[in-house]
Design a binder for this molecule. Structure first.
Ligand code: HEM
Ligand code: NAG
Ligand code: NAG
Ligand code: NAG
Length: 367
């Protein structure tokens, strides 16, 4: 007995040595692989408790959007100025928040900035960590990589680094290639983010106007619903300057960004778009890869420390496969890819009621 235990211990030690597993005990008692990760344990708990409430709600959605608006502030060609995922959108908020594409970004900047006074992390790390953490509350989101060590921005990003919803597919794809070296397919992968998304700024008089029927679930409905024929705009408000295209479910209060409409149908992106539908695991893996790339724009991964261990395991996907929302069907699909379209059932009943709150409540005032 004693002999066996000893052998096991030696074997374990040898294995740990071979894999070069380093362990440090942080001042707060947490055990980490590197002391650079120590600050993120208490930040994680503070954000979950005091910002996200453990939910895939508005704050988690906005924190995810913020990761993009900070990171894409970069230009490989040098046509625009920006340091990438460097926190410039917080540090130079007086300059960056007024950019038209940053409408509504004052919310997550205001939400996460106070955490800088309580935790010793940089603004760029805070932004990417918040986004990766918030989506762990969204059923079906992947666990992203989190690398720590982005230095604080020393200059702001230029205007026009973030694409507008009015932009055409060519200009969006060009900007994403210049900003983050993203392929057309990777742009599609990143747009899985719009499965947990609602607009606060585009429909006058309305906030939290959803992009799909399941804004609190990281599922593939967004890729299906964006391909359905549009019939009108929600709330009948048609003055959004080309940011909006007709939605397939205006009576349910769903809206559609014109940019999403175009990318769902463009030859360069349509097949990748269609491929995500009802392919939860594929969508998750694609989104993870593209987000991990986006999170370090402007940095060299070798200069950063892997602190993914601090992130919780995300809530697993819901079991429900993709479905046509009630009242829609295969005939409504504006298919732009020649591959066979997946066969999907239609939800029973009357027009889908889209929840306003993560707990399913239909009244925004209740959450
Ligand atoms: C590629 C072109 C993109 C365009 C034109 C675009 C545009 C928009 C617009 C106009 C909104 C609504 C903002 C509001 O009115 O409140 C929005 C929301 C959002 N976007 Fe994008 N986006 C793009 C890419 C991305 C990417 C790459 C991400 C990845 C992180 C992302 C994440 C989000 C999220 C999570 C929301 C929802 C925020 C909320 O619910 O409060 N977007 N996007
Ligand atoms: C980075 O900037 C933030 C916001 O101004 C500040 O709180 C933080 O201390 C800075 N960190 C470093 C390492 O300079
Ligand atoms: C796309 O938008 C850009 C920038 O606004 C414009 O220069 C270009 O002509 C547009 N392309 C198409 C095909 O409409
Ligand atoms: C809004 O109005 C324009 C111009 O009158 C019209 O072409 C368009 O179909 C309407 N709907 C949307 C969603 O823009």
């Amino acid at each position: 007995m004693v002999f066996k235990v000893t052998v096991a211990t030696v074997a374990l030690a040898a294995f740990a040595g071979a894999a070069n597993i380093k362990r440090v005990t942080c001042p707060d008692g947490n055990v980490a692989s590197d002391e650079a990760c120590c600050a993120f344990f208490s930040l994680r708990d503070d954000l979950q408790e005091n910002l996200f409430g453990g939910e895939c709600g508005e704050e988690a959605h906005e924190a995810l959007r913020l990761t993009f608006h900070d990171a894409i502030g970069f230009s490989r060609s040098g046509a625009l100025k920006g340091g990438g995922a460097d926190g410039s959108i917080i540090i130079f908020k007086d300059i960056e928040l007024p950019f038209p594409a940053n409408a509504g970004i004052d919310d997550p900047v205001g939400d996460v900035s106070p955490f800088l006074t309580r935790h010793l992390v940089t603004a760029g790390d805070l932004i990417q960590f918040s986004g990766a953490l918030g989506i762990t509350n969204c059923p079906g989101a992947p666990q992203l990589q989190f690398l720590a060590g982005r230095p604080n921005a020393t200059f702001p990003a230029d205007d026009n680094t973030v694409p507008l919803p009015q932009a055409n597919a060519t200009s969006i794809l060009q900007r994403m290639a210049d900003g983050g070296d993203f392929s057309a397919a990777e742009v599609v992968h990143l747009l899985a983010s719009h499965t947990v998304a609602r607009s606060d700024t585009l429909v006058p008089g309305h906030e939290a106007v959803p992009f799909d029927t399941t804004p609190f679930t990281f599922d593939t409905q967004f890729f299906l619903e964006t391909l359905l024929r549009g019939t009108g705009v929600p709330f009948g408000v048609n003055n959004t300057d080309g940011a909006e295209s007709d939605s397939p479910l205006p009576q349910s209060g769903e809206m559609r960004l014109n940019s999403d409409f175009l990318l769902a149908r463009d030859q360069r992106t349509a097949c990748e778009w269609q491929l995500q539908i009802n392919n939860q695991q594929l969508m998750m893996a694609n989104f993870k890869r593209a987000m991990d790339k986006m999170a370090i724009i402007g940095h060299n991964a070798r200069d950063l420390v892997d602190c993914t261990e601090v992130l919780p395991q995300p809530v697993p996907p819901v079991r429900k496969p993709a479905t046509f929302p009630a009242g829609t069907n295969r005939q409504e699909v504006q298919q732009a890819c020649p591959s066979p379209f997946p066969a999907l059932p239609t939800d029973p009943g009357q027009a889908t009621q889209i929840p306003a709150c993560p707990d399913g409540d239909l009244d925004l005032d209740d959450c």
